[in-house]
Design a protein around this ligand. Structure first.
Ligand code: ADP
Ligand code: MG
Length: 274
């Protein structure tokens, strides 16, 4: 519990392919709303990789990933902001409202929820690389989030923010969720993805790592943790080391797992603690 007796929030990062399938989206949001009605304070942070990919393709813009982050030039930035705020955020807010709860869509810019800065980035061989307008969070201002939560709204946050220099930044959704979870002292950061969790060998489900300490992450980078799992584990480590109780990576295509993760029941996924 926080000092003023409000339960600490749960930050759920939602994205990947689970967001493309409208039936699955409804199923997931239904579970989330049920938890909110039980009294959990839920914040949704979303990505939108498949939508961004499609819109960049339509615009004829090439896009590549470097160490799990999408390289973003100014042309790509425009389409990424359009995809996330215009398409994905609007869709999630609409679906939550249709299910009878109240959602408010925001990006990092709203209420100065997040101030971004350019990300110093390293590729998978640990070389420093310039990936353009990809940001990290410099500061989170939790005021607007708490205002919404206190009034029973579900904040739905698109991961775009501006820097204090007025430049727009695209922030990886896992990282953004990690920063928010830390700032809110979240009871849990739940990262929903398209695989059951972090695995020693992603080709072999039986190698899932069910429990991990944040200090073990560095040693697994590159060998075990690759691609999209790089920002995920980085976000989990940041959140847990800076104020969140725990972080959990679950398969977002299995909606039953959301409740189990929130309620700390037995479930299959990767739990990361300090
Ligand atoms: P999301 O849209 O959920 O962010 P990503 O594609 O960015 O999904 O990240 C999840 C992907 O990370 C998995 O589908 C898998 O291909 C990849 N991955 C890399 N290393 C691992 C690992 N050790 N365990 C599990 N998945 C891994
Ligand atoms: Mg990803």
């Amino acid at each position: 519990m926080s000092s003023n007796d409000r339960p600490n929030p749960i930050v759920i990062k939602y994205g990947g392919n689970a967001i493309v399938d409208t039936e699955l989206t409804r199923e997931i949001l239904y579970r989330i709303i049920k938890l909110q009605k039980e009294g959990y304070r839920i914040v949704i942070v979303h990505g939108g990789g498949p939508f961004i990919k499609q819109n960049l393709k339509l615009a004829g813009i090439k896009s590549e990933f470097v160490g799990g982050q999408r390289k973003t030039d100014s042309k790509a930035m425009k389409y990424i902001e359009m995809s996330l705020k215009g398409e994905v955020n609007g869709k999630i807010v609409r679906e939550i409202n249709l299910l009878g709860a109240k959602a408010v869509g925001l990006s990092g810019k709203d209420g100065q929820l997040a101030i971004a800065k350019k990300r110093f980035h390293y590729d998978e061989d640990e070389n420093e690389v310039d990936i353009g307008q990809v940001g990290d969070v410099e500061k989170i201002n939790t005021e607007i989030i708490n205002l919404l939560l206190d009034n029973n709204y579900i904040p739905v946050i698109a991961t775009i923010a501006a820097g204090s220099d007025g430049i727009d930044f695209n922030i990886n959704a896992d990282n953004f969720a990690g920063f928010i979870a830390a700032a809110l002292n979240a009871d849990g950061l739940i990262l929903m993805t398209d695989i059951d969790g972090l695995m020693m060998d992603p080709e072999d489900e039986s190698t899932i790592i069910t429990e991990l300490k944040t200090k073990e992450i560095e040693g697994l980078k590159g060998k075990v943790i690759k691609g999209g799992m790089l920002p995920k584990t980085e976000a989990c480590k940041y959140a847990v080391d800076n104020g969140a109780e725990r972080a959990i990576i679950i398969n977002g295509t299995k909606p039953d797992l959301i409740e189990a993760a929130v309620k700390k029941q037995d479930f299959l996924g990767t739990i990361i603690t300090k």
